[in-house]
Design a protein around this ligand. Structure first.
Ligand code: G4P
Length: 525
């Protein structure tokens, strides 16, 4: 098959949601409908259990399982589908942001009783920044839900994107009957005796016929009225608007009960983008280019402390990746060869000889890779990554074992390369500060330093509000600010100045007193 055909048939996407909206359930059902698994339950084991908010041992166990399921590839009706799993746990949000750099589109799952929730809004910001096309799946229609119009308004307002319903629910709660597929103009009524397996569906193309009425009474009139209102009130579906991320198609359903999942999958495959361009600092790379390029978006440390090797997840951006071929590692200038690159299929990992744009491969790494690294056939290229976001939790980190100073430095270095947390150095006292998006990471870091590097650390609480990257329009003002605020100044991993604001008030004062300095919560602005 030509590279063009391989690209056209690929769909690489992520599923995101606020915890508990149904991301895991939907992922499983897509695998089930896609024929990749026969019984649901495989992905569930990858989920960090709700009760585990401070149980990092459990997280470690989950981390091991999650390597296998963090990319789920499968072949379905001529398409090669790659689902990239994103951790739902908010303490691992940074991981999700990074995974979003490797997807070509996104499905957002929303709970029909709750509407758009905080985590979804935040993730949508990342999609917006990257202009990633999104499809919304409003889940749990089998439970008492908000009115569909209200939900659509909520999505439009909260996610700041125009919406276009492509399916419509027939009632909700215990009376939920299924969905009318607007995209294909057909009614699907499902049975759900066994929720873990495929149910049979009934297709009725003419909902105005008596045949449909007998299944959906007493909701036939409401459905017809709703559909009329919806067709007048929302823009018609235009694929180009969806691809340019200005329009979000919306589907309704119940992942748990298999309602609306097939409609979503079929439409998704039809309209979702195949791998396109990837922007590097030097130039924009098109997926159809003959020469291979790719970048590392995730690094997974080996669970076995005796083997320090790691697995780097690489997204192929252009050309074909081949096993045992020499590739150029842009950052270090080294040439690297990979004898056992891994492909991820839904239920297994296997060695792959060739991979195409959109595919994710796992490369065994002995310490060469950092998140964001680029591989090419010789060209010096550096793909643009996702900026760092300000952490929410900060602690000084200290060596707790004077004999293991080196191990601690190395361990911290590796963990930061993996993107577990962000490291800052206080400019006044040279002390190391770890910043995370959730408190859980501090336990994970301490545990991993001990088990993988034989190092031990202790923390000292730091009450800070945010880390702010600075943009200055006056050199004199910046110097003045840095001098006055030296105790709150730090360097990030790239040596950039960062202001560690103690409170929202302190930041506001800084903004007022130093109008020629802009303070940003993300590292690239
Ligand atoms: P997440 O990955 O987004 O965090 O959500 P997950 O799929 O784990 O779903 C969260 C809970 O919502 C689960 O229940 C799941 O069974 C339920 N759920 C998902 N989709 C639907 C749906 O369409 N309808 C209904 N009624 N429930 C749904 P749980 O009790 O937390 O877990 P479990 O014990 O059922 O596994």
């Amino acid at each position: 098959m030509s590279i063009k055909k391989e690209i056209q048939r690929r769909r690489t996407f992520g599923i995101i949601s606020h915890p508990d909206a149904g991301k895991t359930t939907l992922t499983e059902k897509l695998l089930l409908f896609g024929g990749a698994i026969q019984v649901a339950g495989a992905v569930k084991s990858n989920k960090i259990k709700k009760g585990a908010t401070s149980d990092f041992m459990e997280i470690e166990r989950q981390r091991g399982i999650s390597v296998a399921t963090s990319v789920m590839g499968f072949e379905y009706e001529g398409y090669k589908v790659n689902i990239l799993d994103t951790p739902g746990h908010k303490d691992f949000a940074e991981d999700t942001y990074r995974t979003l750099t490797a997807v070509d589109s996104v499905i957002i799952v929303i709970d029909a009783a709750k509407g758009v929730e905080a985590q979804t809004r935040k993730l949508m910001e990342v999609c917006r920044m990257r202009r990633t096309p999104v499809i919304v799946f409003i889940n749990k229609m089998d439970r008492p839900a908000l009115d569909p119009f209200e939900l659509l308004d909520d999505v439009e307002k909260e996610l700041e994107i125009e919406v276009c319903p492509l399916s419509w629910p027939i009632s909700n709660g215990p009376d939920f009957r299924g969905v009318f597929n607007i995209y294909e103009q057909k009614l699907n009524l499902f049975t759900s005796e066994d929720k873990q397996r495929l149910g049979s569906s009934r297709e009725i193309t003419d909902i105005f016929s008596g045949e449909a009425d007998k299944f959906i009474q007493p909701h036939a009139t409401t459905l017809k009225e709703d559909l009329e209102l919806a067709s007048g009130g929302y823009p018609a579906f235009e694929r180009n608007d969806y691809l340019s991320a200005t329009l979000a198609p919306v589907f309704f359903g119940s992942a748990l009960n298999n309602f609306g999942v097939q409609d979503l999958l079929d439409c998704f495959l039809d309209i979702a983008p195949s791998p396109g361009n990837t922007v590097a600092h030097e130039r924009t790379v098109n997926s159809g280019e003959e020469r291979f390029t790719g970048f590392v978006f995730k690094i997974h440390a080996n669970m076995d402390p005796n083997h320090r090797d790691r697995l780097a997840f690489v997204k192929v951006c252009s050309g074909a990746f081949e096993r045992n071929k020499a590739y150029f590692h842009s950052r270090s200038g080294k040439t690297l060869k990979f004898s056992s690159p891994t492909a991820f299929m839904a239920e297994k990992k296997s060695i792959v000889d060739k991979a195409w744009p959109g595919d994710i491969i796992g490369l065994h790494d002995t310490g060469n890779f950092k998140i964001g690294d680029t591989l090419t056939e010789g060209e010096k290229l550096n793909f643009k990554g996702i900026p760092s976001f300000s952490p929410e939790f900060f602690r000084y980190v200290e060596n707790a074992d004077p004999l293991k100073f080196k191990q601690l430095a190395k361990g911290l270095d590796h963990l930061m390369d993996e993107g577990v947390a962000q490291l800052f150095i206080n400019q006044a006292n040279g002390r190391k500060i770890i910043g995370t998006v959730g408190p859980l990471q501090f336990d994970v870091i301490q545990f991993r330093l001990q088990h993988e590097y034989g190092a031990s650390c202790r923390y000292e609480l730091l009450n800070l509000y945010k880390a702010c990257w600075m943009e200055s329009f006056s050199k004199a003002q910046l110097e003045d600010f840095k001098m006055r605020k030296i105790h709150n100044m730090a360097y990030d991993k790239q040596g950039r100045d960062v202001f560690l604001a103690e409170s929202a008030y302190a930041l506001q004062m800084a903004r007022e007193k130093f109008p020629n300095i802009k303070f940003h919560f993300i590292s690239e602005y």
